[in-house]
Design a protein around this ligand. Structure first.
Ligand SMILES: C[S@@+](CC[C@H](N)C(=O)[O-])C[C@H]1O[C@@H](n2cnc3c(N)ncnc32)[C@H](O)[C@@H]1O
Length: 241
């Protein structure tokens, strides 16, 4: 079932409200991203994250996924949740790892003790043991060798029935991919980084990479219109590395 626009607006307001305590930019950014990026609704509508999981968000930015899932769960506990939609997951713990200290600070200030955020690089920060790892629009920032290494580290961190939910750009995605690519470059430029290289792959190559590192992966249709060449994949560890 599709989430009504009324419920979507309520959740966007609830999930972004804690960022007012962090800083005005973080609040505006939270509202814009939660409203404009279909991934957040999609994860709930499709019930992709199971209850009872320990969740780790790699490259978590300012912790929007954590804020969204916590707001949805709190809303479902207080008010009626559409019976046709999967219940928001009751998570045992929510952690995030993020490279930019400013983002970590915003996430911590917004969510306090409801989630924990570590300032670190996903290439070498300890993942601990976990049930679900989410990594949205992050892997293309690290070089090709490091991508494989991070996937192996994820494989080791996941429990045997664990899940990796990741979104990547499909370099075979034509104009939509090129627009996302140049937008990404522009964002880095605005942050003062001139030559940020992006390590993109075609969808078939991402799938091959996952397979080569012990995962079986399926693409999941994003249930809303998305104006990008980004693809959502759900991967399960299948072999011992
Ligand atoms: C496009 S943003 C996506 C943020 C978040 N996943 C979301 O969907 O809202 C990519 C994030 O990954 C972070 N990042 C990039 N490389 C990283 C690394 N090696 N280790 C940790 N975080 C990283 C960036 O700082 C940025 O916050």
């Amino acid at each position: 079932m599709r989430m009504t626009s009324e419920l979507q607006s309520t959740l966007v307001e609830a999930a972004s409200a804690p960022y007012q305590a962090a800083d005005p930019f973080a609040w505006y950014f939270a509202r814009g991203k939660l409203r404009g990026d279909p991934i957040f609704i999609c994860l709930l509508e499709q019930g992709l994250i199971p209850s009872g999981a320990r969740l780790l968000d790699l490259g978590c930015g300012q912790g929007l996924l954590a804020a969204w899932l916590l707001a949805a769960k709190a809303h479902a506990e207080r008010r009626d949740w559409p019976t046709e939609m999967p219940q928001p997951p009751a998570l045992v713990s929510v952690r995030g790892i993020e490279l930019l200290p400013r983002n970590v600070e915003r996430a911590r200030r917004a969510l306090g003790s409801q989630a924990s955020f570590t300032h670190g690089n996903i290439c070498d920060t300890d993942f601990g043991e976990t049930d679900v790892i989410v990594m949205l629009d992050v892997l293309h920032y690290i070089d090709y060798e490091a991508q494989a290494m991070v996937l192996r580290r994820i494989h080791q961190a996941l429990t045997p029935s664990g899940l990796l939910i990741l979104r990547v750009g499909d370099a075979a995605g034509g104009l939509q991919f090129r627009i996302s690519y140049w937008f990404d470059r522009l964002v880095w430029l605005l942050r003062g980084v001139r030559n940020q290289r992006l390590y993109c792959r075609r969808l078939a190559d991402w799938q091959h990479l996952l397979q080569a590192n012990g995962f079986s992966a399926e693409t999941v249709p994003i249930t809303r219109v998305a104006y990008t060449a980004n693809v959502l994949l759900v991967a399960k560890p299948i072999s011992v590395l």
